[in-house]
Design a protein around this ligand. Sequence first.
Ligand code: ACO
Length: 430
Amino acid sequence: MSESNGTLSIGEASIELPRLEATVGQPALDISRLRADSGHITFDPGFANTAGTRSAMTYIDGASGELRHRGYAIEDLAVHCNFLEVAYLLMYGKLPNQAELAVWEHDISTHTMLNEEMRSFFDAFPRRAHPMAVLSSATNAISTFYDVYRRPTRSIEIDAGARTLIAKLPTIAAWAYKKSIGEPYIYPDNRLSYVENFLHMMFARPVEDVVIDPAVVKALNVLLILHADHGQNCSTATVRSVGSSRANMFTSVAAGMGALWGPLHGGANQSVIEMLQEIHDDPDATIQSTIARAKDPDDDFRLMGFGHRVYSNYDPRARILSSFAEDILDRMSTTDPLLEIARELEAAALADDYFASRKLYPNVDFYSGTIFRALGFPLRMFTVLFAIGRSPGWIGNWMEMNTDPETKIIRPRQLYVGEPARDFVPLENR
Ligand code: ACO
């Protein structure tokens, strides 16, 4: 037996669990033979201790609060790259050189239009439809226009599908927004960069163009980069789960969007602002009463934007956003009372033993909303912005899974706690 392997004793039996090395970070014990060799399964709610895959995309050190994509620190990527560069890095494993980036940006900018028949799709939604529901449905729907992407087999088709999806998401997102406010859809303008184009489709009107502020473009690039990938989070795990049945990339990503929407995941960015707004508006909701509610075991309220499955330290994305929020508000020559409340709430939580003992710190969603507000985005679009940002992570994971010889359909076991076998009772005797 190798010294580095694990050994599990079950009664008299001793089972060797091979140790799998990571390039950086925690090694794993391979339990793939455990059931066959011991007749036991493992119990791990939320898969908090389980690696379902190997991945070379993103490394997180939750204890020290580090995040790297393909080896590059998030702090460097946020300062030096635009969003499409990071998307290329995540999906293809290397930073593009100038020629590769030019081709990549050109390919994206020339695939931004939606099939004209998609207009009626947006029209069919009620005005009050949440844009996350529209985004997810439309992402699935666009696959129906491209037979080749439904079951792509060659890598050239998968690359084209990925490019199409990244290119069209801002158009879908902006049209979902236009639908919600009853304004005409604005077509993409392929002379603009990715982020400029999104801002154009969001805020221009047929009667007046929009002046695009380079500071807003820079800020939105940073925000999208900070959301670009994050290991096997709930939505990415969903994309992989759906994709493991060989469902196409569009359908898998649409499912991931559903997972992202929940308030414990990406939907938290909307919930944070709603929480801060309540403290601002409701005289009975103070910083202390909010902290008290979050600590109360009989109240299912949680301090939104706080806590993380992987980080037991400050989320590095939140650290960047915390100082960035101030910068943006200064550059926009505006103030936001909700940012002040967020700062007070953070200070009160960090000083409180409940949060300290559980190692609960602000996560990416705690400050992103105040910046999205300052940039002019409406509340219901916040999680949509997260989704556009996360798209390279979802697609990159789908692509990685698609070429991984270890990929198996995702199908966990369960610990059955229901009735044992019982005799059937005919209807008339029940
Ligand atoms: N407010 C109050 N208590 C919290 C919070 C919070 N935000 N987060 C965790 N806790 C408490 C739990 O009640 C639990 O306490 P206990 O040990 O007394 O039972 C303990 O901390 C551990 O929490 P878990 O729920 O077991 O941690 P888990 O890893 O399963 O959950 C999660 C992580 C979902 C992010 C959680 O911290 C949370 O609900 N946060 C608020 C929602 C949020 O901000 N989500 C965005 C996450 S980042 C992202 O997805 C992009």
